[in-house]
Design a protein around this ligand. Structure first.
Ligand SMILES: NC(=O)NC(NC(N)=O)C(=O)[O-]
Ligand SMILES: [Zn+2]
Ligand SMILES: [Zn+2]
Length: 459
């Protein structure tokens, strides 16, 4: 079993030998020389005096995952997750950079002051590099410039209820004015695209009629609610020229609309999450609140459509949307699903999920690397990350296909151990995670190094 030398420092000089390296266009057996945290050389056989060596025969070397969508809820609700456990969990899943969302923490990241406070906490506690989203909410239009000047990776707004009193959804006027400003600031606006009028109205009716089962929950968030919001947002983006990123898209209908916009040359990207690909509405019925999210897990036929769209390259990237909460907010015995927290806890499993899907559907591993690292880096301006090539940061996820991984309470490193993924067996496992040339995680052992907050170099 490969055991990494954890003593090497940032200036560590190491050759990772014989790994199956997942490049942008192929997987190739190569040596990787690391020097001063960068990929110094890539070639079939490297001879460098004085370099440490690690043999990676039989293992796969992916670019460290860049997860653009997590909620660590700190400051203010660190007991929900927090930077310390959240980022450590991500490292255990082969993730070397994450973008933390502006809501669920208190205060929300909707002012310059809140951003700087959160950045300081992240610098102290994060196990991996990270970036921070700013929020667009009613009334913070004048804060957007300060947030942009202090390096937010982009802005996030909700078109439906957020589940969070401290972060209001954006009404149409806020959306339009915000898009105009965000265009001027040269940033991207990420959107939770579900129609508030549709979801709120259908929810009120169900609650009034005391119909609060899993099926009732699904009926309150129909695919049309997502399609309508996507359509409206695309029209506003056409009006304002605002670059858009749709988060956690869950339906083929929404993708149809996004594809038309892309073909018309609009600046729009779209993500989905592994839970929409690996699970479906029957898991909500069977497992209850741990499977509750918004948009909801869809019926099996929609799940199949999403997998087909993924294989066809219609999703730009995949993120976890890790949105955990304290145990009692996901009470498995909750008779009223509507009262349970909406969010899937599983940030550790995105890369493993994508490799599972790649193996099952014969998707080349370079496509997995595109979805989990290259596309996020390119979309959000991280120009030293996202691909294994000379000069880039030495960020890697070392994966074994010869060792399966069954999720349990000891190998799932989130703060709260309830998860939709509990007892799920992946056909692969993360052997080690390396950040800028240093071993962060290896076989359930962690090494704390010190993280960098990233701001986009250019969009
Ligand atoms: N406040 C949240 O964490 N919401 C999240 N919850 C989900 N997806 O169920 C989200 O991304 O919308
Ligand atoms: Zn959302
Ligand atoms: Zn989210």
């Amino acid at each position: 079993m490969t055991s990494f030398d954890k003593t090497q420092g940032v200036t560590g000089t190491t050759i990772l030998r014989n790994g199956n390296v997942v490049l942008a266009n192929e997987v190739k057996k190569l040596d990787i020389a690391i020097k001063d945290g960068k990929i110094y050389e890539l070639s079939p056989r490297i001879e460098e005096a004085g370099f440490e060596e690690q043999d990676l025969s039989g293992l796969y070397v992916f670019p460290g995952m860049i997860d653009v969508h997590v909620h660590f809820s700190e400051p203010g609700r660190a007991e929900w997750e927090g930077f310390e456990t959240g980022s450590r969990m991500m490292a255990a899943g082969g993730c070397t950079t994450y973008f933390d969302m502006p809501l669920n923490g208190i205060p929300s990241t909707i002012t310059e002051e809140a951003l700087l406070e959160k950045a300081e906490i992240g610098h102290k506690k994060s196990w991996t590099d990270f970036a921070l989203w700013g929020g667009l909410v009613p009334g913070n239009l004048d804060d957007l410039e300060g947030l942009a000047n202090n390096g937010v990776i982009g802005f996030k707004a909700f078109m439906s209820a957020t589940g969070n009193d401290e972060f209001e959804r954006a009404d149409d006027k806020t959306l339009l004015q915000g898009m105009k400003k965000i265009t001027e600031l040269g940033k991207v606006l990420a959107l939770h695209a579900e129609s508030a009028p549709i979801t709120d109205t259908l929810t009120e009716i169900k609650i009034r009629e005391s119909k609060v089962s899993a099926d009732d929950y699904l009926e309150t968030r129909p695919i049309l609610a997502e399609a309508e919001a996507v359509e409206r947002a695309l029209i506003y983006a056409e009006l304002t020229g605002c670059p858009l990123h749709f988060v956690h898209i869950s339906s083929a209908h929404a993708i149809e609309k996004i594809e038309v916009a892309k073909k018309r040359g609009m600046n729009v990207t779209v993500e989905t999450c592994p839970h929409y690909l690996l699970f479906n509405h029957h898991d909500l019925i069977e497992k209850g609140a741990v499977a509750k999210c918004a948009p909801p897990l869809r019926l099996p036929d929609e799940q199949e459509k999403l997998i087909t769209l993924l294989i066809e390259g219609k999703f730009d990237m995949v993120s976890s949307d890790h949105s955990p909460c304290p145990y009692d907010m996901k009470d498995p015995g909750a008779h009223n699903l509507f009262q349970a927290w909406g969010g899937i806890s599983g940030g550790q499993f995105t890369l493993l999920s994508m490799i599972e899907i790649a193996i099952k559907y014969n998707l080349p591993f370079q496509k997995v690397a595109q979805l989990t690292a290259k596309a996020p880096a390119e979309r959000f301006g991280l120009n030293t990350k996202g691909e294994i090539k000379e000069g880039m940061d030495a960020d890697f996820a070392i994966v074994s296909l010869n060792k399966s991984f069954t999720v349990n309470k000891t190998n799932f490193f989130a703060k709260h151990k309830q998860s939709l993924y509990m007892n799920h067996t992946f056909p692969c496992s993360v052997i080690a995670t390396i950040q800028r040339g240093n071993v962060l995680f290896e076989q359930n052992r962690f090494v704390k190094l010190g993280a960098k907050r990233l701001s986009p170099i250019s969009i």
